[in-house]
Write a protein that binds this ligand. Structure first.
Ligand code: ROI
Length: 161
């Protein structure tokens, strides 16, 4: 079993409902236990001209391999109507493997840790609700280090449903 953190995002077709459905699907993955889910946060898109995003983070314990998990996450995205029209385009659901135990993965389909964790407040603050502050990335940086360098700007923490 390894502890895995999943970043979730949506900016189409009732984003909060998309995230709730995704959480339910994550809870049904084989060889996997859903350990926790952060609050939901709204923020403007990093790219102009898209609707606002709702983001959250989920923690899993799983004995799936990274690629098995990636396949399962992409199946959930597809089930929820994800269309890959353009890179960085608006989407009904995005599920990213942020951290997978303390593994460093550099494969064509999968890079872990997710390469923009450190600069994205909408990833770091929900992650901090679930992970200990002394959580280490494989390069030794702690979550506390990353948070200290990433101000809580433009994020709106939504009340729990
Ligand atoms: N912006 C926000 N706020 N949240 C996201 O999940 C997100 N995802 C993206 C881009 C378009 C870069 N912007 C985002 O892929």
């Amino acid at each position: 079993m390894e502890r895995i953190y999943i970043g979730m995002g949506s900016n189409l077709a009732d984003p909060a409902e998309q995230l709730r459905s995704a959480v339910e699907a994550l809870g049904q993955l084989p060889q996997t236990t859903l350990v926790g889910v952060s609050a939901f946060y709204q923020s403007d898109s990093l790219l102009p001209g898209q609707p606002r995003y709702t983001n959250a983070v989920a923690a899993l314990d799983s004995s799936l391999s990274p690629i098995q998990l990636l396949d399962a996450l992409q199946a959930i995205e597809n089930d929820q109507g994800r269309e890959r029209l353009e890179r960085w385009g608006p989407r009904t659901l995005d599920l990213d493997i942020l951290l997978f135990g303390d593994r460093l993965i550099d494969e064509p389909r999968l890079k872990v840790p997710h390469y923009q964790i450190q600069e994205r407040a909408f990833v770091l603050y929900p992650l901090a609700e679930l992970a200990p502050a002394d959580l280490h990335l494989p390069d030794g940086r702690t979550l506390a280090d990353l948070l200290a360098a990433c101000p809580f700007i433009g994020l709106e923490r939504l009340p729990h449903p």
